[in-house]
Ligand binder design. Structure first.
Ligand SMILES: [Zn+2]
Length: 246
C-alpha cells in the first residue's frame, strides 16, 4: 500500500461505489490456469486486491506465487519508534499470517526492491517475472494507473513481460478506489470484471486483512506512527466482490 501525493483527503466513500454500477460488471472468467503469479508492490496489496481471487484459484488447483516486490519498509518514514528494518520484518510476519488466514499456501518470492523506488529498478522485477511466467501462467498485478508510483511501475513491468511471454494479465485496483470516483474517465471501466465472493471467502479475507496490524492500526500514539489504512479505505476491500481489469 503506502501513502503518497494522490491520497490526501478522505477519498471516495465506499457508499458511493456501492451505489454505482460495479455490481453490473461482467463476471470474471480467468480461473483455469495451472499457475497464478500475483505481483504485490508492498506486503498487503495482494490480500487487499485479490484475497478472494487467490482463494478461488487455489481451490481450482492453481499453484500460487506471490512476488513481493518490496519489503514495505517505507510505510512510516518518520516513525520515532520503528526502524525501516524492523518494519520490514514485521510486515513479512503479517503477510505470513494473512496468507494463512486466507487458507492459501503460495510460494512467496521476495524481490527486495527499495520501497518507493520500484520504477528505477524495474528491470530486476522484469527478470523475475520472465522466469516465472511460463506454462499457462496468469499474472495479476496492479493496474498501471493505480496511482502509487510503485504500483504503477509494477503494473507497467508486468504488462510488458506478459506481452512478451504471451501470458494473460489481470489488473487489480487498490488506490484507485480512493482517488477515483464512480464513472471516472481516467479508469477503463469497460475492461472491468467482477468476482463475487462467497461468505466464507469474504470472511477469510476480512481476517487476513486484519493481520496487517502495522497498516490498519497506528504503530503508536507518536507523530509519524499514524495509521495507513483507515476504516474508510479498508471498506473498499470488504465488499462481497472484487473487481479486476482485463
Ligand atoms: Zn502498495
Amino acid at each position: 500500500m503506502e501513502k503518497g501525493p494522490r491520497w490526501d483527503g478522505v477519498g471516495t466513500d465506499e457508499g458511493a461505489w456501492a451505489a454505482w454500477r460495479l455490481a453490473d460488471m461482467e463476471p470474471l472468467d480467468a480461473l483455469h490456469h495451472l499457475r497464478a503469479v500475483i505481483v504485490a508492490p508492498h506486503p498487503d496489496d495482494e490480500v487487499l486486491a485479490a484475497g478472494g481471487l487467490m482463494q478461488r484459484l487455489a481451490a481450482a488447483g492453481a499453484e500460487l506465487i506471490v512476488v513481493g516486490v518490496t519489503d514495505g519498509e517505507a510505510s512510516h518514514p518518520r516513525s520515532p519508534t520503528v526502524t525501516p528494518e524492523a518494519l520490514a520484518a514485521r510486515r513479512a510476519g503479517e503477510r505470513r499470517q494473512a496468507l494463512s488466514a486466507l487458507g492459501v499456501v503460495p510460494t512467496v518470492i521476495p524481490v527486495g526492491l527499495p520501497d518507493g523506488e520500484v520504477s528505477g529498478q524495474a528491470p530486476r522485477l522484469a527478470r523475475c517475472l520472465e522466469a516465472l511466467l511460463a506454462h499457462d501462467s496468469l499474472c495479476i498485478a496492479p493496474w498501471e494507473g493505480d496511482g502509487h508510483p510503485d504500483h504503477d511501475a509494477a503494473g507497467r513491468t508486468a504488462a510488458q513481460v506478459c506481452a512478451a511471454t504471451g501470458s494473460p494479465f489481470l489488473r487489480c485496483l487498490i488506490w484507485t478506489w480512493h482517488w477515483a470516483t464512480p464513472g471516472d474517465e481516467r479508469v477503463p471501466w469497460g475492461r472491468g470484471r467482477r468476482l463475487d465472493l462467497t461468505d466464507a471467502e469474504r470472511d477469510r479475507k476480512r481476517r487476513a486483512v486484519a493481520t496487517f496490524e502495522s497498516q490498519v492500526a497506528p504503530l503508536s500514539d507518536a507523530a509519524g506512527d499514524e495509521v495507513i489504512l483507515t476504516a474508510a479505505m479498508l471498506a473498499h476491500f470488504d465488499r462481497p466482490f472484487e473487481v479486476f481489469l482485463q
